[in-house]
Design a protein around this ligand. Structure first.
Ligand code: OOG
Ligand code: MG
Length: 262
C-alpha cells in the first residue's frame, strides 16, 4: 500500500476505535512496512483528525516506556512519545468516567510545565530543569486501542502512545529545588500500596526523559514549546482501573494527586 494511503487508513481506524470504544488488531501484523517513523506520521495524522473539528488542541506531550518497569510490562524496549490534547485533561475534583474507554489503566508520573521552548538537538538535563517552570505529581490513564493491550513499538507510537486522560496535582514546584532522581514515590489504589519507587526509575532522572523527547522532536522539526505540559513516563507499572476505584500517587516534597472513577 502507498505510504500516504497507509497513514490515512491506520489513523482513521485508530480514531474510530477510540470514538466507539472498540479494540483493533495490531497493524504491524498486516503491514510489515510499518516502522517507528511511519508510526509517528500516523499519530500526527490522528492528532490532526482529532483537532480538525476545532473541539480540542495540542497542550503538550507525554513520554512512554521510559522506565524498566514499563518496558518489561509492555514487552517493548524503547521509549516513545505521544501528544497531549486539551480534552484529555481531568481534575481531582470530580470522578472520571470510564464509560467510553476500552481497558483503561493508570500509572504514576511527574508532569513538567514549560515557560519557554526547548530548541536544539543536544538538549541536556540541566537545560530541561532551567526551561521548566514547574513540576507537579501526575497520573496518566492509558487505554491502548489494541486488542489485549498488546502491541509493538510502531503500533503504540501510531496509537498516540496509548494516551487517554491525565490528571495533574494543583501544587507546583520549581524543578531545580529537588533532586528528582532521588525523589520517593508511593502509588496507591483503594488505600493499598501498589508500588513504590524513585524518580531514577525514569531513565536515571525524569528530566533525562524530557531531554530525550526534546532531541527526538528536533528530528522532525518540532520542539517543546512555552506553555507545554510534558509527562515524564510512568515510574512504575500501570494498573487496571474500574468504576469506584480511587488511586493516588505521593511524591517526596511535591505532594500528591488522586483520581476516582465512575
Ligand atoms: C504505552 C504508553 C506508556 C508510560 O508512561 O510508560 C506510557 C503503554 O504502556 O500502553 O504512557
Ligand atoms: Mg504514561
Amino acid at each position: 500500500m502507498k505510504k500516504t494511503a497507509l497513514i490515512e487508513k491506520v489513523a482513521t481506524a485508530l480514531f474510530e476505535a477510540e470514538s466507539t470504544g472498540t479494540e483493533v488488531d495490531k497493524f504491524t501484523a498486516a503491514y510489515s512496512e510499518l516502522d517507528a517513523e511511519l508510526g509517528y506520521q500516523i499519530s500526527e495524522r490522528l492528532i490532526e483528525i482529532k483537532c480538525e473539528t476545532g473541539q480540542t488542541r495540542i497542550v503538550g506531550r507525554k513520554l512512554g516506556l521510559t522506565s524498566e518497569a514499563k518496558m518489561k510490562q509492555m514487552n517493548v524496549d524503547e521509549p516513545c512519545y505521544g501528544t497531549l490534547l486539551a480534552n484529555m485533561a481531568c481534575t481531582e475534583n470530580e470522578p472520571i468516567s470510564l464509560a467510553n474507554l476500552i481497558h483503561p489503566k493508570i500509572e504514576p508520573e511527574i508532569a513538567f510545565i514549560f515557560n519557554r521552548s526547548l530548541e536544539g538537538s543536544h538538549i541536556t538535563v540541566p537545560q530541561v530543569l532551567e526551561a521548566a517552570s514547574y513540576i507537579a505529581p501526575a497520573l496518566e490513564i492509558i487505554d491502548s486501542r489494541y486488542r489485549h493491550f498488546s502491541f509493538t513499538l510502531p503500533d503504540v507510537i501510531a496509537d498516540n502512545a496509548s494516551s487517554s486522560r491525565y490528571i495533574i496535582g494543583d501544587q507546583f514546584f520549581k524543578p531545580t529545588e529537588f533532586n528528582l532522581a532521588l525523589m520517593g514515590m508511593v502509588f496507591k489504589k483503594n488505600g493499598k500500596i501498589v508500588s513504590t519507587g524513585t524518580g531514577a526509575a525514569v531513565m536515571g532522572h525524569p528530566a533525562r526523559a524530557i531531554a530525550w523527547l526534546a532531541n527526538k522532536l528536533s528530528q522532525s522539526g518540532k520542539t517543546i514549546q512555552a506553555g507545554d505540559v510534558v509527562l515524564s513516563g510512568a515510574l512504575a507499572g500501570a494498573i487496571d482501573i474500574q468504576p469506584n476505584d480511587h488511586v493516588s500517587v505521593s511524591f517526596d516534597g511535591i505532594g500528591s494527586v488522586s483520581a476516582s472513577f465512575c
